[in-house]
Design a protein around this ligand. Sequence first.
Ligand code: FES
Ligand code: FE
Length: 448
Amino acid sequence: GGENEGLNKLFGRVEGALEQGLLPVEVFCDDKVFRAEMDRIFTRNWVFVAHDSEIPTKGDFVQRRIGLDQVIVIRDETGKVNVLLNHCSHRGSEVCHEDQGNAKHFKCPYHGWVYKINGDFAGAPHFNDAYAGSLDAKKWGLRRAPKVESYHGFIFACLDENAVSLKEYLGEATWALDAIFGLHPQGMKVMAPPERFIVKADWKSGAENFCGDAYHVSTAHIAAELSEFIPGIREVSTIARGYDFGNGNSFIGHELTQWGPTFEMWAYPPETRAQFDLSGFDPVQVDMIKNTPPTIGTIFPNFSYLRFPQPATPGGKPVPFTNIRMWQPVSPGVMEMWTWEFEYAFLSDEDRKEAYLAGQFGFGSGGIFEMDDTAVWEGIAKMAASPWSRRAGAMLNYQQKRGGPDPEWKGPGQFHKSIYGEYLQQGFWRRWLREMREGDAAREGSKQ
Ligand code: FES
Ligand code: FE
């Protein structure tokens, strides 16, 4: 109908604009774009829901979101993780009202239908009187995500049963994810439940920033330099590089060893480095891990990563922390930010705590960096809502293009020796456009 026509027109404009390094501002903070994203992107792509270490034992669950869908992520009796829609099959009430816990079953607070932890229907009050054998229990369990898979303990779910496997979905980005999360056989462990807060900015502003924006650091985060929290932050983009694995999945890397040998491998201390096992990595990966490790990145649509050496207290020695975040869409121009801190499981409690504090100091909800970013992203949503901008057909600028892919790169994807080029952000937007269009075709197809 009219809405789709409007969208298709917009997509045509986006396509033409991207070819010139431009982007129509109304892709942000727009009712019809938002609705289409929820329908076309979040029901078809693999979305991060939890880490294995958050739900280690049977019955452990966390309540999460896939786009706007509330889901229960729970480990069942067999150890398998199920992702269940948190709405009663009877009449739609929410069956789970806790953020996390351990459950033996879920009982709906409305009429009392009961579900097993694998989502199967288990019973209802006055069952024989009320239904006299006429209810087919098999049909009335909680709706279950057709695809749930994990990579390095990070559990993703996909609501499209025809989707490719998670590994295929991640594609060449697994090469970087292995280097980030696979340095020790015991893997990584969550430090605490995720921090959550509302930001009046589009979810895509966070995803786009983390996929390749090192340019903003010397301005948006100058307070870190002026306060002497991280001397050198002003010049940090000059040692930034770009790893582009296609499909909107990309990472910024930092050639940290330019700051000195103690910054090898994200600046993990020598005792920690000695316990990492690099034997399974190829030579290009080993060089990346040691000298130019991925520090920030995005996996489409809304999973991002951050690991950077920062002091846990002003003037302290830099400690790497590992931050995982989701840019959760809430409504047009509003997102909820979810941030987890992780650390390698084998580290001592003391080291883990220091890393946690370093992460909180920089990127907790009151962290010195976090507030800078959220404040500037809010302006984008406001501009997208500005009638003047819309009427004028305002375009945002993605035309920075120094350098380009390194022709000598031996690893997967593309490598950019200079981050002064908005290639990675353009890649994110091209993927977004493809998903919005293909998602529409898939939805139309499934109706026939
Ligand atoms: Fe859940 Fe009726 S809505 S039992
Ligand atoms: Fe930032």
